[in-house]
Write a protein that binds this ligand. Structure first.
Ligand code: HEM
Length: 389
């Protein structure tokens, strides 16, 4: 007989505690994982192991709870409500497969290869302007992905800062502050939509070798617009946060940084280890659409489950940061039908950045405590001041 998750005596996890970050976050998750595969948290449950996590992400009985969040916060009409309904994370089944089929070809390993020269050029220019003592979030991590996404979309690089601002605001639809920030988020959706509609008109007249030109006339314009929006919102804060965490990790592991500096060909492995060790999506949320039993535990309809990539990625691997490690299956980019569309792009961006920086930022060292963001949503860094030789 299955026991309802709510009736189990489980260790508790303070998901919404703003103090839970950095080393303390690592230590608490380690202690939780030692107690078992499941923990409770204020909104539901946390699944801590890799296989369990994969089960919940692949199960058709669960969905991303974005529509539920919108319902709780009363977002039922206007541009944001429309955006939420059309967000690819909230679409399942045949419609989801059709939409993924339209964009997947632009994000295969081969397709992203052609953006590498632009990535190299961009990180080179950003690094040339950076000075020892600078905040590396502001100098490198923040401008880099929005310039790459702008170019990939077919937008001018000069618009990257505006795209960053819209992306950052629209991303906040998943946060607990969505109600207070709603007016700014609505405005960002409206402005981005007008911008992309104009870009689509321009590409129809003068097609180029870019995402927007390639998508034209392959579905309704409104669907294409939201696909482009999903690419922007999915591809900016994420890579920014992961690059910042990478530099933070390497500052804490100078031997590994030196090794990468001596042999930049290790960059692909280094990226695997960075995304394993400090995933910027430490949790991915799901909500049960019906009663589900897993490992003799009943998760009733409407139960919220967080899948923990941070602890799942450590299963059978251990807790040290080692860039020469054999890559393992990870939860960082999700699993199942909604597996990250931009995984190859993100990895290529991180590889290009680390391969360029490691030989040139010898002796990377923090000059102030890193300022961490919160672990809900995208776990990033707000500031990372460092010096190098
Ligand atoms: C280190 C960087 C990144 C990480 C860690 C990451 C992580 C994730 C995760 C965990 C999911 C699955 C969410 C879920 O199932 O609940 C996801 C989905 C997605 N990601 Fe990424 N992502 C990254 C970069 C990117 C980039 C560069 C793009 C740009 C194309 C992107 C676009 C998307 C999209 C559109 C989805 C939704 C896919 C769908 O619903 O079918 N991501 N990402």
């Amino acid at each position: 007989m299955a026991v309802a998750a709510q009736e189990l005596e489980l260790p508790g996890f303070e998901y919404l505690n703003p103090e839970l970050k950095g080393e303390r976050f690592h230590a608490e998750l380690k202690a939780l994982r030692e107690q078992g595969w499941l923990a409770s948290m204020p909104l539901g449950f946390v699944v801590l192991d890799r296989e369990g996590g994969e089960f919940f992400l692949r199960s058709r009985s669960f969905t991303f709870p974005g529509l539920k969040i919108a319902e709780i916060f009363g977002i039922d009409d206007g541009p944001l409500a429309e955006e939420i309904r059309r967000n690819i994370l909230h679409i399942n089944g045949a419609d989801h497969s059709r939409l993924r089929g339209l964009v997947n070809p632009a994000f295969t390993p081969r397709a992203v290869e052609r953006w590498r020269p632009f990535m190299r050029e961009t990180i080179t220019a950003l690094f040339e302007a950076a000075r020892p003592g600078d905040d590396l979030v502001e100098a490198l991590a923040k401008p880099y992905p929005s310039r790459v996404i702008a170019t990939l979309m077919g937008a001018p690089v000069a618009d990257a800062d505006r795209l960053w601002t819209w992306s950052n605001l629209i991303q906040r639809q998943f946060g607990m502050t969505v109600a207070e920030e709603r007016p700014q988020i609505e405005r960002a959706v409206t402005e981005f939509s007008a911008y992309t509609e104009a870009l689509m008109r321009e590409k129809r007249a003068h097609p180029g070798d870019d995402l927007v030109s390639g998508l034209l006339d392959r579905a309704e314009d409104v669907e294409l617009l939201h696909l482009v929006l999903n690419v922007l919102v999915g591809g900016v804060d994420t890579t920014q946060a992961q690059l910042a965490h990478a530099l933070n990790l390497f500052a804490a592991h100078p031997d590994q940084w030196q090794r990468l500096g001596d042999d930049p060909d290790l960059a692909p492995q280094a990226v695997e280890e960075v995304v394993r060790f400090e995933p910027i999506t430490p949790f991915t949320a799901r909500i049960a659409m019906e009663d589900v039993v897993f490992r003799d535990v009943l998760f009733p309809k409407d139960t919220i489950v967080l899948v923990c990539a941070h602890s799942g990625n450590r299963d059978g691997v251990g807790d040290t940061f080692d860039i020469t490690r054999e890559p393992k299956r990870l939860l960082t980019f999700g699993a199942g039908p909604h597996y990250c569309l931009g995984v190859n792009l993100a990895k290529a961006e991180l590889q290009q950045a680390l391969a360029h920086l490691a030989p040139r930022m010898r002796g990377l060292e923090l000059v102030a405590e890193p300022v961490y963001g919160t672990i809900d949503g995208i776990y990033g860094l707000d500031e990372l001041r460092a010096t190098w030789r």
